[in-house]
Design a protein around this ligand. Structure first.
Ligand SMILES: Cc1cc2nc3c(=O)[nH]c(=O)nc-3n(C[C@H](O)[C@H](O)[C@H](O)COP(=O)(O)O)c2cc1C
Length: 327
C-alpha cells in the first residue's frame, strides 16, 4: 500500500518509543491498521515525531446573532491559522441564506465551530442545522460556546457530541463568558482584554497539541453532563419559571424609519421586510433586531421575559470564569 493511501499515522510509546509506527486507512467505515518498523516507515518518507495529521486550512464557522460568538470564534481561528501557518476561512451560518446547503469539510481542515449558549445548551432551533448542515471526514475541530455570564451548562458537551457524530474529532474546546445579550448590566464589555489574552494562550496551546498529538486516539474531555441534561428553565424574580416562549419584539412605530435592517439580521427570517412591525415566524429572543436598530425602535414588553432579565441582573453579575480544554 502506498503511503498516500493512509488516512493518518501515529506511534505508541508503550515502553519502546518509536519501535513501530501504525498507519490507518479507513475503508467502508472500518479502520485498517498497518504496522511499520521505524526503518520502513522512514523509507516511506513520513515526518519523524508528531502525528502526521496535516492541517492545510483553518475555518471559523459560527452562528452569532449579536456578534459575541463571531468575535471569539474568529480570535481562536486566527491564532490557530497563524500558529499552524495556514490560511483562514470563514463560514457564518447565522442567516437563513447560509443554511440552505450542507457544508462538507475535509481531513486537512481544522474547524473552529462556535455557537452561543441558549438555556444551557446549543440553541434548540439551530441544533437541527448543527446536526445536518456539516460533515467532516475525520476532521479536527475546536467546539466553542459563548455564554452570557450565567453558565454554559451542557452546551459545550452537546456541541462536541453532535459534531463528532458527523465525522469531526474534537482537538480542543472552549466555553467563553461574554456580555449577556439580554442586559447591558451583565458582564458588560466582555470578552475584554483579559479574556482575549486567555483565549490567545488557549489557542496557542491548542495549536501545539494539534501538531503533536494523535487526535483520533486521545479523546478530548470537556465539561458538561453525558448524557446531556435538560434545558435550563429561565426563572423570574419570584424564583418561578418565567414563560416567555411566545414573546416577540415590539416596534415603536414613531421611532421606526422602515430601513429594514431588523428584517435583514433576523436569523429566523421572521421579521417582515415590508412591514417590520410584523414578526411572522419564530422568535428565538436573540436580540439581533433590537441591537441592530439604528433608532432604538425595537423592544420586548413581555412581563415574564423582563422578570427573567431582572432576575439575571440580580444574581449573575459576578465575573464568570472561562473554561478551556486541550488534549
Ligand atoms: C434565548 C437566549 C438564552 C440564553 N441562555 C443563556 C444561558 O443559559 N446561559 C448564559 O450564560 N447565557 C445565555 N444567553 C446569553 C448568550 O449566550 C450570550 O449573550 C451570547 O454572547 C450571545 O451570542 P451572540 O452575541 O453571538 O449572539 C442566552 C441568550 C439568549 C438570546
Amino acid at each position: 500500500m502506498e503511503h498516500e493511501e493512509f488516512d493518518y499515522c501515529f506511534y505508541f510509546e508503550d515502553g519502546k518509543p518509536d519501535a513501530y509506527r501504525y498507519c490507518v486507512a479507513f475503508e467502508e467505515g472500518h479502520a485498517i491498521y498497518h504496522r511499520f518498523t521505524i526503518e520502513d516507515y522512514e523509507e516511506f518518507g513520513f515526518r519523524k515525531g508528531g502525528n502526521d495529521m496535516k492541517i492545510s486550512r483553518v475555518w471559523a464557522v459560527y452562528f452569532s446573532p449579536t456578534g459575541n460568538v463571531k468575535e471569539v470564534t474568529n480570535l481562536i481561528a486566527k491564532k490557530l491559522s497563524e500558529e499552524l501557518s495556514v490560511p483562514l476561512e470563514q463560514w457564518n451560518f447565522t442567516l437563513p441564506d447560509n443554511r440552505k446547503s450542507a457544508k462538507a469539510f475535509e481531513k486537512e481542515d481544522l474547524v473552529v465551530f462556535g455557537t452561543p449558549v441558549y438555556a444551557g445548551r446549543v440553541p434548540n432551533k439551530i441544533l437541527p442545522w448543527v446536526q445536518q448542515g456539516f460533515t467532516g471526514d475525520h476532521t479536527p475541530m475546536v467546539p466553542v460556546v459563548v455564554f452570557g455570564n450565567r453558565n454554559f451548562d451542557d452546551a459545550l458537551m452537546e456541541l462536541k457530541q453532535e459534531l463528532e457524530k458527523n465525522g469531526f474529532l474534537a482537538a480542543a474546546g472552549a466555553a467563553v463568558a461574554s456580555s449577556h445579550v439580554f442586559s447591558d448590566k451583565i458582564a458588560p464589555g466582555r470578552p475584554d482584554a483579559s479574556d482575549r489574552a486567555e483565549i490567545l494562550t488557549f489557542a496557542g496551546k491548542a495549536a501545539q497539541k494539534i501538531a503533536e498529538t494523535d487526535i483520533l486516539h486521545t479523546g478530548l474531555q470537556v465539561a458538561g453532563n453525558d448524557p446531556i441534561g435538560a434545558y435550563y428553565t429561565p426563572l423570574g424574580t419570584d424564583g418561578k419559571p418565567a414563560k416567555f416562549l411566545k414573546a416577540k419584539p415590539i416596534t415603536e412605530i414613531s421611532k421606526c424609519n422602515g430601513c429594514g435592517r431588523c428584517s435583514e439580521v433576523c436569523p429566523m427570517g421572521s421579521v417582515d421586510g415590508e412591514d417590520v412591525s410584523q414578526v411572522t415566524g419564530i422568535c428565538i429572543k436573540c436580540q439581533a433586531c433590537i441591537k441592530s436598530c439604528p433608532n432604538g425602535a425595537k423592544y420586548f414588553a413581555d412581563e415574564a421575559f423582563l422578570s427573567h432579565v431582572r432576575m439575571l441582573e440580580e444574581h449573575y453579575t459576578d465575573r464568570a470564569e472561562n473554561r478551556f480544554f486541550t488534549l
